[in-house]
Design a binder for this molecule. Sequence first.
Ligand SMILES: Nc1ncnc2c1ncn2[C@@H]1O[C@H](COP(=O)(O)OP(=O)(O)OP(=O)(O)O)[C@@H](O)[C@H]1O
Length: 480
Amino acid sequence: MFRKLPGDEARNLVSTTPDTAVVFRPAVVRTPAVVSIVIWLSRLIASLIRILWRHPIACAVALAPVGVALAYGWRWGLALVGVVTMTGLSWALLGRASFLRLIGWRLLAWWRLIWVYRRHWQPVMVVSGLGRHIRGRDYLPRLLKVSCTSWADLVTVKMLNGQSVKDWTDRVDHVAHGFGSRTCRVAVARAGRLTLTLPRHDPLAAPLPAVPIPDVVSVGPVEIGTQEDGRPLHLKVHGTHVLIAGATGSGKGSYLWGTIRGLLPAMRAGLVEVWALDPKRMELSLGRALFGNRYAAAPADCADLLEAAVSVMQERADRFGGSQRSHTPTTEDPFVLVVVDEVAFLTAYQPDKGLRLRITAALAVLTTQGRAVGFGVMAALQDPRKEVMNIRNLFPDKIALRLDESEQVDMVLGDGARDRGALADHISPVPELGAGVGYMRLETSPDPVRARAAYVSDDDIRAMVAQFAPVVFEPADGDR
Ligand SMILES: Nc1ncnc2c1ncn2[C@@H]1O[C@H](COP(=O)(O)OP(=O)(O)OP(=O)(O)O)[C@@H](O)[C@H]1O
């Protein structure tokens, strides 16, 4: 009935240290089977009590039919099970959202806690190096809670005393793959506790059609796509500056055009002006009519346009000085968004040093002094190295689309962003899967947010021009 215990083998072992006469003979203490059984039973009872304590409702639901069967006979117990099952099914069919919120995700979380996380916890922690094996005992981080959303598991963990967040961020790959997920993101829940986000599937795997042009006049935040958690992606442009970095074909255009699209009603109302710099002549030229004479492509024209923006900004700052510290868009003083595609053409690859310096200086002035007086810069570039864009730190909000090298992620999003799960170098180069997907790091939050911008196609841009170009820029033409 009882298997041979390991002690039977150990009894025969004799160990010595090399080159000495010292001989160790392990002392084997035989544990009577009854002691083992008592220990095992007491553990079982303790875990049953713990389950009852932690999940009283689930236990009541499971035990109620047993109670009814014992009191009134098995037919009534079975009937109760049938009624509960039918009610649950009807609820799931008729009110899917509320069923998932109140029952579905909790059941799934419980199942994944038992089947995925608790089952694999010890091996994953030990193999990844997050647990410690000291003198025959395993010291493991504690698995506190698992909850599920529509796309990911959120796992709350208590770190071992003395562990740092970096210990975990260095091992996100081990943890992700250990629990059967593509990636793992680490966020601090509170002192000593972390929340791990492990996606079950990629909700951003399919391209999104362009967001409809809003009916209301708004200066932002502008809806331009979807976040990983299914909520709309709103990009703030008024009161900040945004830098978008991504390799060629990563979908930078969707962010530029998505933002312009969301601002169109405000442009028509005269509350927003978009000034466009398009040194490659490929991205913004299709909607050129939307920008009127605030469009430049040749480097010299770009420098002139940027300096014009600086002088409008400084004139505004002189007027505002002493009377107001923040900007509210009006038709007299609209919000000015300077959109620059492939800014490196102007700041790094431009052979004319004089032009390069003028452009870099104007961008630096706009990004350091512009936001309080209603000027924002939104710049896109392919290569985020400092030599290419030495003012990248002047942009409070940053977006990393697909990047070629892992080191580039922290160059764009700031130190530690990749460790926190911003795997921009892992985004698929296949346009349908990865174009427009990126990680945003906003000024207000250190945790990168994964999102996908909706695709604004050439036809969408033509439609925008046809609907808005004749009226967008006329009222403000005399401003320059
Ligand atoms: N949001 C998106 N969703 C799906 N596909 C997209 C999206 N954005 C772009 N694409 C696809 O990817 C291709 C490249 O996009 P886009 O030209 O915007 O990239 P880019 O980063 O601006 O590249 P480059 O720097 O070479 O101009 C597009 O032709 C389109 O097919």
